[in-house]
Write a protein that binds this ligand. Structure first.
Ligand SMILES: Cc1cc2nc3c(=O)[nH]c(=O)nc-3n(C[C@H](O)[C@H](O)[C@H](O)COP(=O)(O)OP(=O)(O)OC[C@H]3O[C@@H](n4cnc5c(N)ncnc54)[C@H](O)[C@@H]3O)c2cc1C
Length: 333
């Protein structure tokens, strides 16, 4: 029997969960607040500057995710990023770097989403602001259009915990407790454009100490053509202390840290704050990598339920999709 399911959030967890349910024959609608899909894997396209300003790469250790990533690579939507990776301490002294395969979407990180969203119903530019049970089904409201016309048999929230918290307060006190215990850390990202390539002796650096955590030549990734684009990320500690700072003050502070590693000043710069960049994974309530409430038919997934990485978000979305599918099948029997 076909059921109607709403998936709120079109990051990698949401679209993966939706795919499992669509493949099982259910009628799925993905509702996304932003104008584009991708969540923290989306790509910055402003004033001719294009770069990956969230996740700069991802890894694939799980056997199932590795098969999916291999498919993306074969279809031209992703590629392995092999470049000069280094790890540096705050003084610029080199440290060992883990030897793992790192992947990127091509020609931009969000390209991997085209493998999911074709054939799926995705409503972008709609922020879900309320959930309520009406005659045993879920009714969603969006800030833009009020009550959603369809009622749903099940709902999945595939978003960071702070955003889910606002929706769960009245709709599911049990899940509200789960998200209350989850924590995320922020990250300021600085995007830079140079008229001529910048040579620092590496294309990507993990920084251990000081205000920076990551510096990379985004334009050096496979499939990009502007080698003058760099992205740097501040550490979670620095970002937490500068949540209220203005973008121009952040740009100035992070640029002076970048210059200390040998960089010069760019032609153009833009700063962006990811308030919920990185999940803090502790013992956590979502020990199976997702949360599903069978009686209410509502679930939670996302990186914060699993590992705080792209791969963890994919695994979380997939496991929840399988759990919802099994629950709906039991309900129809
Ligand atoms: C700066 C930075 C660096 C990172 N570095 C790495 C890395 O090196 N490697 C790695 O693997 N991962 C990295 N990550 C983490 C990785 O990006 C995430 O783990 C992964 O993308 C999370 O996917 P998700 O689907 O769980 O959540 P998200 O991608 O956050 O998706 C949630 C979606 O829900 C939408 N949403 C929220 N509220 C609503 C609402 N009310 N209504 C409708 N839609 C809503 C959001 O707009 C968003 O699109 C990084 C992230 C950041 C920000």
């Amino acid at each position: 029997m076909t059921h109607r399911v709403a998936v709120v959030g079109a990051g990698i967890a949401g679209v993966t969960c939706a795919q499992v349910l669509t493949d099982a024959g259910h009628e799925v609608v993905i509702i996304e607040r932003n104008a584009e899909v991708g969540g923290r894997m989306r790509t910055w396209h402003v004033d001719g500057l294009q770069c990956d300003y969230g996740a700069p790469f991802f890894t694939a250790r799980d056997a199932n995710f590795s098969v999916v990533v291999k498919g993306w690579c074969e279809a031209g939507f992703a590629a392995q990023w092999r470049d000069r990776f280094v790890a540096l301490d705050a003084a610029g002294v080199a440290q060992p770097v883990a030897d793992v395969s790192r992947f990127v979407g091509t020609p931009s990180m969000d390209a991997v989403f085209s493998t999911f969203v074709s054939g799926q119903r995705v409503e972008t530019g709609q922020a879900v602001c309320a959930l309520a049970k009406v005659n045993g089904k879920w009714q969603l409201s969006t800030r833009e259009y009020g009550h959603y016309t369809d009622l749903f048999d099940a709902v999945v929230l595939a978003m960071p915990p702070a955003e889910a918290r606002e929706l769960l307060h009245e709709a599911s006190p049990a899940l509200s407790v789960v998200v209350d215990r989850a924590r995320m850390r922020p990250c300021w990202a600085l995007m830079l454009r140079y008229p001529t390539p910048l040579e620092l002796g590496f294309e990507a650096a993990f920084v251990n100490g000081g205000p920076l955590r990551w510096m990379a030549n985004d334009g050096a990734k496979p499939g990009r053509d502007d080698k003058g684009v760099w992205v740097i990320h501040a550490s979670a500690e620095w970002s937490s202390r500068h949540l209220a700072s203005r973008p121009d003050a952040v740009t100035e502070a992070l640029m002076s840290a970048f210059v200390a590693f040998g960089a010069r000043f760019p032609d153009a710069a833009a700063a962006y704050l990811w308030r919920d960049a990185e999940a803090v994974i502790d013992s956590g309530p979502a020990s199976r990598g997702y949360v599903w409430r069978d009686p209410e038919r509502i679930g939670l997934c996302g990186d914060w339920c699993r590992s705080g990485r792209v791969e963890g978000a994919w695994l979380s979305g997939r496991s929840l999709g399988l759990a919802v599918r099994a629950s709906l099948a039991r309900g129809s029997a």
